[in-house]
Design a protein around this ligand. Sequence first.
Ligand code: ZN
Length: 376
Amino acid sequence: MARTVKRAFKFRFYPTPEQAEEPARTFGCARLVYNKALEDRTRAYTLEGRKVSYVQSSAALTEWKRTEELAFLNEVSSVPLQQALRHLQAAFANFFAKRAKYPTFKSRKKTRLSAEYTRSAFTYRDGRITLAKMGGPLNIVWSRPLPEGAEPSTVTVSKDAAGRWFVSILCQDTIRPLDPAGGVVGIDAGITSLLTLSRPIPGLTDAAGKIANPRHERADRRRLARAQRALARKDKGSNNRAKARLTVAWAHARIADRRRDHLHKLTTSIVRENQTVVIEDLTVRNMVRNHSLARAISDASWRELRSMLEYKAAWYGRELVVVDRWFPSSKLCSACGTIQRSMPLNVRDWVCACGAAHDRDVNAARNILAAGLAER
Ligand SMILES: [Zn+2]
């Protein structure tokens, strides 16, 4: 049976100089509103032991707009400001439910520049999107069509570190579940290869079950490393430094884009071929500070891979099992179940006392699969 899901479609767009001005101001205003409401909530919470609701924050926003020093908030569309308060509300709800840490202030440098427009703040007519207080429709590069008859419910405008503008359009889409598949598979996150599967799948993996990094990635990484070295040599605050920073951002964006395309193709194939997919919970890695470029990129793609598998499994009627991160997947012999005392990172192949010869990653993927099937 086909089902309806909310799905975001992301496109690049090219604003005119006037059009670029409005969201740039909105980003700053939305951040200010978020931070100011967070400050109020924190004060109420710590000094008076009182929770502040979204409605109260929204009423406070109306008051701020009436004051002289915050009157400029009236100059941008009010919807992205309200949405910032909703995001804060969600952050507090996650905190009170013990799913997340206490919300933190959004910094000018680290925050992703984005503004969210709900239905009342944009129009979608004849395939063109026009945002409130922005003259003329956006010049969007429609790299693929929106679903037929789609009615966008939310439009998010963002700008990345490389200076590229994006519009993400949320609309209803119809998903047809796939026929049940017989396969089960475990996936190990690699460093030398991108992923290793518990069994080879023709056309997707090599004979051992490994999936390589996207093409050109080595060259892209070398380019990124070169750009980073060049940036380190530039004087602080200089024009050349700003230019070098943009080059670094471009190199990063190129790697991320190619990775995402690659991961989309892989996750679709994996979900198509298998009824049950087992992965390891690697969230702990995010807490470990690591300066290795390869590591950082592989962590980022793991998060992306997991979220793609999560929603695609839900769409197509598949099962995704996440096994505990403390599971000794590398040290365990998948043939006899003996745990090795140590398994240094540089050991790629090993032979167990039982005689089984293992590729480190394939063995880990098999163990992850077995653990997932047992846990299920
Ligand atoms: Zn063994």
